[in-house]
Write a protein that binds this ligand. Structure first.
Ligand SMILES: *[C@@H]1O[C@H](CO)[C@@H](O)[C@H](O)[C@H]1NC(C)=O
Ligand SMILES: *[C@@H]1O[C@H](CO)[C@@H](O)[C@H](O)[C@H]1NC(C)=O
Length: 303
């Protein structure tokens, strides 16, 4: 049905061949084309120079959610259409300036008079990784060039490990870091279990995300934690593999707070007491020293 849109028979023939790769894959699929179109080669002298590929990058690394350009520079293409095919499923993505996919992340960029046919993929996904082939028909068949697309995803991590224990009423403070991302994430979403909570201000939640050339940091806070804030928290950047942490908010605030007060008063008072104590003891200890020394000095003489 896609073929109806295509122009000349010359354009259709190689495409028909491409649409049935399974049928043809076991044989050289250039043969039927040759037999039908060049039975004797009697018009070959009139043909212009053959199309050829110029140099271009054939191993491309894209970042998850990024945009990528696959180049296919063809010299002497004349008015022949250049096609881009995804080899994973033998899908013809483009032919000439036409696009044959409902996935609008794919588009063909070609300037009138330019010899480069650029397949653009936007919002690259993991599933886009694989081999793409650019094809053009020649007088004697089809020539093609493979371009490898790798997709990399930076990994996010939450500082402090897998678990976070906190007392009721205290502040939950989580920091998510995304490193080695060629471009900063467009957004960082925080999930409490399955719910996106970036904008749950009534729960006292604030999210602050900052970028530097090396890394992105997203800081998540809940002002006064309650036990219902316990659960699985996930930091989900737009372009990185998410990270999760389990948060446990204890139910017993009062006891803990009292315990904390006792503990802190102990911590604050004891050092002061001991230092005062040692200070008062120290001089008297000094007084004792001569006596002690005396004992040591006297003893050898006695022996
Ligand atoms: C493409 O480049 C990546 C690293 O940038 C490398 O790991 C991979 O092996 C290369 N693939 C090919 C087919 O050359
Ligand atoms: C936390 O949530 C994330 C995202 O939904 C999930 O991948 C992960 O397995 C969960 N962790 C636990 C311990 O439930």
């Amino acid at each position: 049905m896609k073929l109806r849109d295509l122009g000349t028979i010359m354009n259709q023939l190689p495409l028909i061949l491409l649409l049935f790769p399974v049928v043809l894959s076991s044989t050289n699929h250039k043969e039927p084309f040759l037999l039908e179109n060049h039975p004797s080669g009697f018009y070959l002298p009139d043909e212009p120079a053959e199309p050829e590929f110029a140099d271009s990058e054939t191993n491309i690394t894209a970042q998850l959610e990024g945009s990528i350009f696959l180049h296919c520079p063809v010299v002497n293409s004349g008015d022949r259409a250049i096609s881009w095919i995804r080899l994973r499923d033998w899908h013809i993505l483009t032919n000439g300036v036409q696009t044959y996919t409902s996935d609008d992340r794919f588009s063909i960029l070609h300037k009138e008079g330019s010899f480069d046919w650029i397949l653009q993929i936007k919002y690259v996904q993991e599933r886009d990784a694989g081999v793409y082939e650019c094809q053009v028909s020649t007088n004697s068949g089809t020539i093609s060039r493979k371009v490898f697309l790798n997709v990399v995803s930076p990994v996010a991590f939450i500082l402090g490990g897998d678990e976070y224990h906190i007392d009721r009423g205290s502040q939950i403070s989580l920091v998510c870091v995304i490193e080695k991302a060629p471009t900063a994430p467009q957004f960082v979403f925080w999930f409490h279990n399955d719910r996106m909570v970036n904008y749950d201000q009534e729960r006292g939640i604030t999210v602050y995300t900052s970028h530097s050339p090396e890394k992105t940091q997203s800081r998540f806070n809940i002002q006064h934690a309650s036990p219902s804030d316990s659960g699985n928290y996930t930091c989900k950047p737009s372009n990185a593999i998410p990270a999760s942490i389990q948060v446990f908010v204890s139910k017993s605030r009062v006891d803990k707070m009292e315990a904390l007060h006792k503990q802190s008063s102990l911590l604050i008072n004891t050092p002061v007491d001991t230092s005062q104590g040692t200070r008062t003891v120290f001089p008297s200890g000094l007084h004792l020293l001569p006596i002690l020394w005396g004992c040591f000095l006297v003893r050898p003489q006695l022996l």
